[in-house]
Design a protein around this ligand. Structure first.
Ligand SMILES: Cc1c2[nH]c(c1CCC(=O)O)Cc1[nH]c(c(CCC(=O)O)c1C)Cc1[nH]c(c(CCC(=O)O)c1C)Cc1[nH]c(c(C)c1CCC(=O)O)C2
Length: 362
């Protein structure tokens, strides 16, 4: 018997498995965050990573959007960050207001690899992450499924080498084009840690998982094939085996989000994922054509910037999107094409969610 309450809403799990559903499920990337006043109330002056590491705070923030939009959101995503794997490998990272994450000592040459731990014990050193998941799932009490996540290997290599977000990707590109062999060593080590991290999130209570390749679009198709795809495939093929070893009986749906990598959609449909998440540069009808009947659920893909438009515009765009994905009763999960912004008006998001329900039921 599971230690957790039975699910009252399993729409997203059914949609991810390709079952017919009464309406497309909805969640939003970065649905817990700075656009919600209650986020600031709970976070106060605390450091971002301190909040992730405190199970009470992380679970409270995770559940905020589920409460705020009561009955309108079909999944919770654990409040954490993709950068916890670099932290486990030994990087010190500061979250700077208005700037984002900054690594104190990024990797600038192959010798720097010696300064980090390529084989961290992610079960032990990220135990706080699993505690936060278990507590959140308990507190959710079956209202909606809890999603776990991680950053994809290339995206994490970018942060580890650049030390922060970038426009030119000077260091990350030097790694793949000059230190190619070492870049692959790093990508492989990250992949190994990610698989264990995802598996342990499931052991702790995560019911679906997403891999964020947020910097996918910085690579062209050929480089994507060399530096992203093989590692994304490894995650999808090795994770189920690891879960079996850990005695997890149920199928855990797995989503990949490779932002900007529109050219890779066909490959991503063959990469072993149940769900492929799209940014807003795809026309939904075109993406459906690429899928071409394969057993893949698409997720996405409204431009989050539409939240700066009028309610009428949001209504029009929601209708277009859901129609574009074939009405949404099968193989579709509604999401934004990327995360919420801190400046968004929570009421606009509520309008978006309500319209998704309205058109999704039609
Ligand atoms: C690239 C990336 C990161 N983190 C993440 C990604 C992949 C998704 C994406 O492409 O956006 C993933 C992430 N980060 C966060 C979540 C939480 C769960 C959720 O979606 O609700 C998730 C899924 C919280 C967060 N992660 C961060 C915040 C803001 C922290 C704060 O100041 O309160 C939140 C709520 C910080 C963060 N963390 C990261 C950046 C670049 C930043 C700063 C960007 C910004 O300022 O918005 C790295």
């Amino acid at each position: 018997m599971s230690q957790f309450a039975p699910l009252k809403n399993d729409l997203i799990l059914r949609a991810a498995k390709g079952e017919k559903v009464e309406r497309p499920p909805i969640w939003i990337m970065r649905q817990a965050g700075r656009y919600l006043p209650e986020y600031h109330e709970v976070k106060g002056k605390r450091d971002f990573f301190e909040c992730c590491r405190d199970a009470e705070i992380a679970s409270a923030i995770t559940i905020q959007p589920v409460d705020h939009y009561d009955g309108l959101i079909d999944a919770a995503i654990i409040f954490s960050d993709i950068l916890v794997i670099p932290q486990a490998m030994g990087f010190e990272i500061d979250m700077i207001d208005g700037k984002g994450p900054v690594f104190r000592d990024p990797l600038r040459s192959p010798e720097d690899i010696n300064k980090i731990n390529l084989k961290p014990d992610v079960k032990t050193c990220l135990d706080w992450a699993y505690k936060a998941i278990t507590l959140t799932r308990t507190k959710l009490n079956g209202r909606v499924p809890l999603l776990g996540f991680c950053g994809a290997p290339w995206t994490l290599l970018v942060y580890m080498t650049e030390g922060q977000g970038s426009k030119m990707f000077r260091f990350a590109k030097q790694w793949i084009y000059e230190y190619t062999k070492e870049a692959h060593i790093l990508l492989q080590a990250i992949t190994d840690s990610l698989i264990e991290f995802l598996a342990q999130q499931v052991v702790a209570g995560a019911q679906m998982l997403q891999v964020f390749e947020s910097w996918g679009g910085e690579l062209g198709p050929i480089e994507f094939e060399e530096f992203c795809l093989p590692y994304l495939k490894q995650i999808a093929s090795r994770l189920p085996k690891r879960l079996e070893e850990l005695d997890i009986k149920e199928k855990i749906p797995l989503t990949v989000f490779a932002k900007g990598s529109w050219y890779a959609l066909d490959d991503l449909c063959e990469a072993g994922y149940d769900t492929v998440s799209l940014d807003w540069t795809y026309r939904p009808e075109d993406a459906v054509k690429v899928v071409n009947g394969r057993r893949i659920t698409l997720q996405g893909n409204l431009d989050p910037g539409i939240m700066y438009g009028s309610n009428d515009t949001i209504t029009t765009k929601v209708e277009q999107m859901i129609k574009g994905f074939g009405g949404g009763k099968q193989n579709y999960i509604i999401n934004f094409g990327h995360g919420t912004h801190p400046f968004m008006n929570p009421d606009k998001i509520e309008h978006f969610l309500k319209e998704c329900h309205r058109f999704g039921l039609q």
